[in-house]
Design a protein around this ligand. Structure first.
Ligand code: SF4
Length: 329
């Protein structure tokens, strides 16, 4: 038998996979990349974790489809932020089902634990996920299986239900004990998290779509830096430190121009909407300068798409707060 595991990268899905590989079943972990994990590429860490659980690993790029079909039109709405968790789960389930045939796999497993998360994993939410994805008989949740109706893999004897678990709720003690029992080494650090549940990221996303449609290439820009919406509607993004400056410089997005203040200022690197007005470019230059240590009254040249703007930062830093998007400016 072969199972496909919906793998978030976290401990619960590692344990769910281990419970199944321990029964001699081949497991392939698939991580569905919807584009809203953190800025770090976690694929190597996820691969390592899947291997610890005895599974193969593949990351599936579903970003475009997620934007088209889920993020802006969730049937079951959003959680506290921009997180359409129920529809998102159903989407991932659907992707896994689509892969069953291609992978010659027999069933699907997930690391879901009953009652662990208020919105996405209580039994009503699980039921909604089931309703959104047509046939759930091939989806096994090893961590809570004994609390749920038997699925096809259990009924048909592909999997020994007795060796599955009855974990529910938010307490992590049993999971931690099992991780020790299984000898997992690489599981403690967070698995990247989902930015759609983050208050500041959600604010940036809401602001972005007020002005233009969101494409996959824009997501990288939303994940980084200080964000401002300027007087005439242009977006400004400034790196907070050297690492962010480097990432920003590498982002290739034809909808934005680079803002360059010069190496000697240890200044933020920036991006501004390509169609920004002269007024917004000057404002952006001033705001960018205000994050340097230069004399705020001294005129300085700021380069935006081949044109130099001679400005001084004055006391713009306080004023710039009114253009800030999110509370992490
Ligand atoms: S937290 Fe993010 S990735 Fe997880 S179900 Fe919700 S929207 Fe999807």
């Amino acid at each position: 038998m072969k199972a496909l595991a919906l793998f978030s990268g976290g401990l619960d899905s590692m344990l769910a996979m281990k419970l199944i590989t321990n029964q001699g079943i081949h497991v392939k972990a698939i991580n569905i990349n919807i584009g809203f994990g953190g800025t770090k590429d976690m694929s190597a860490v996820f691969r390592e974790r899947a291997h610890e659980a005895g599974a193969d690993f593949e990351m599936i790029d579903a970003r475009e489809e997620y934007l088209q079909k889920v993020l802006f039109s969730p049937k079951y709405g959003y959680g506290k932020r921009f997180n359409p968790c129920i529809d998102c789960h159903a989407f991932m389930m659907k992707k896994a089902k689509e892969l069953l045939q291609k992978e010659s796999a027999d069933f699907i497993i997930t690391g879901e634990v009953l009652g662990q998360r208020p919105m996405s994993q209580n039994s009503k939410a699980l039921k909604n996920v089931l309703e959104l994805g047509d046939d759930d008989s091939l989806v096994l949740r090893p961590m809570s299986a004994k609390l749920l109706a038997p699925t096809k893999p259990e009924i048909n004897g592909w999997v020994d239900r007795e060796k599955l678990l009855d974990i529910k709720g938010r307490d992590r003690k049993r999971q931690i004990a099992l991780a020790h029992e299984f000898g997992f080494k690489e599981y403690a650090s967070p698995s990247g998290g989902c930015l759609l549940t983050d208050i500041n990221f959600s604010a940036k996303l809401r602001d972005f779509i007020k002005y233009q449609p969101l494409h996959v290439k824009d997501i990288a820009l939303l994940k980084i830096g200080r964000h401002f919406r300027l007087e005439h509607g242009a977006k400004l993004v400034l790196g907070r430190n050297e690492r962010e400056n480097e990432i920003l410089q590498k982002i290739d997005n034809s909808g934005f121009d680079d803002i360059f203040l010069g190496e000697e200022l240890s200044a933020p690197f920036g991006k501004i909407s390509k169609n920004a007005s002269q007024n917004d470019k000057i404002l952006a230059s001033k705001i960018a300068l205000s994050y340097t240590k230069i004399d705020k009254n001294k005129v300085h040249g700021v380069l935006i798409s081949g044109e130099t703007y001679e400005v001084c930062a004055e006391n713009i830093k306080d004023i710039s707060k009114q253009y800030a998007v999110g509370a992490d400016c």
